[in-house]
Design a protein around this ligand. Structure first.
Ligand SMILES: O=C(O)CCC(=O)C(=O)O
Ligand SMILES: [Fe+2]
Length: 269
């Protein structure tokens, strides 16, 4: 058996990847380094192009983004009349699915093509830097998509699902999508950079009514159906996994998979 394994693992990487384990929950097949989590931290491996900039660029970007999003969380904490430090505590006491992501959209995409379909962000706050148009939002009570014009020196902050749920629907998660940049901008590649702040993995998603009279009052005014939607009975980790998994094209069985990927946009809470 050991000889067989040694010979197999010496095969070229491309050859081994033909037998890769896959994402469907089955366990047989080749497991490349970094394919499975080794502990709760979800540590991963990256190409050298990323590792080479880890200390100079990536870690400072992540630290600054956390600092800014924590400041915004503190402001919401006060406005929502939560005990001091409550929101930051829920977002910083354990590992979470918080992440930094860079998007690139090709230039000269056909008009009308969707770069990123209508969605709400999965976590609490998204801090977004984009240099070109294309981002559109659908604010509550509005039926037509509105462009968000990027302004030099400004960033965009979205409230996402988990903060909408924790705030008992007082804060709405922003429904948005990305189209190719309008007009002459379409001739250029579109780059955007986001940092997503998400609650600790084991935080149960529910309105923080016991912690804030304001949230309790808001929840009391809702219909039973809306109240139910605000209490999905899952952890932040499960909420995010469900949304990510059901958006993977590989996991798609039909339109029901797309519906299963939906967040608070479904109920418009
Ligand atoms: O590229 C953008 O402007 C938005 C990206 C976005 O919505 C996302 O990453 O969730
Ligand atoms: Fe988004």
């Amino acid at each position: 058996m050991f000889d067989m394994a040694a010979e197999t693992l010496d095969l070229p990487f491309e050859e081994k990847m033909k037998f890769e384990q896959g994402d469907a929950g089955l366990s047989f097949g080749y497991k490349f380094e970094g394919a499975s989590a080794v502990d709760a931290s979800a540590r991963r491996s990256y190409p050298s192009t990323v590792n080479n900039r880890m200390d100079s660029t990536i870690i400072p970007f992540v630290k600054k983004s956390i600092e800014i999003n924590d400041e915004i969380l503190s402001i919401f904490n006060t406005k929502l009349r939560l005990p001091q430090g409550e929101l930051i505590k829920l977002h910083s006491e354990e590992y979470s699915a918080s992440e930094a992501r860079t998007h690139k959209a090709r230039k000269n995409l056909p008009t009308g093509k969707t770069v990123l379909g209508a969605h709400t962000d999965f976590g609490s706050l998204s801090f977004l830097h984009n240099r070109m148009g294309g981002l559109q939002v659908l604010p509550p009570g509005v039926d037509e998509w509105q462009y968000v014009k990027p302004l030099p020196g400004h960033a965009i902050c979205n409230v996402g699902d988990t903060l909408a749920l924790l705030s008992g629907g007082i804060l709405h998660s922003n429904i948005h999508r990305v189209l190719p940049p309008p007009g002459a901008q379409a001739a250029f590649e579109r780059w955007s950079q986001v940092f997503f702040t998400r609650p600790g993995n084991s935080v149960i998603l529910r309105p923080l009514s016991n912690e804030s009279p304001l949230i309790a009052e808001a929840v009391n005014k809702l219909s039973d159906e809306q109240r139910e939607a605000l209490n999905p009975g899952v952890t932040a980790f499960d909420w995010i996994c469900r949304r990510v998994m059901n958006r993977r094209v590989k996991n798609r069985t039909g339109p029901e998979t797309w519906m299963a990927s939906k967040g608070t946009d479904q109920e418009r809470i």
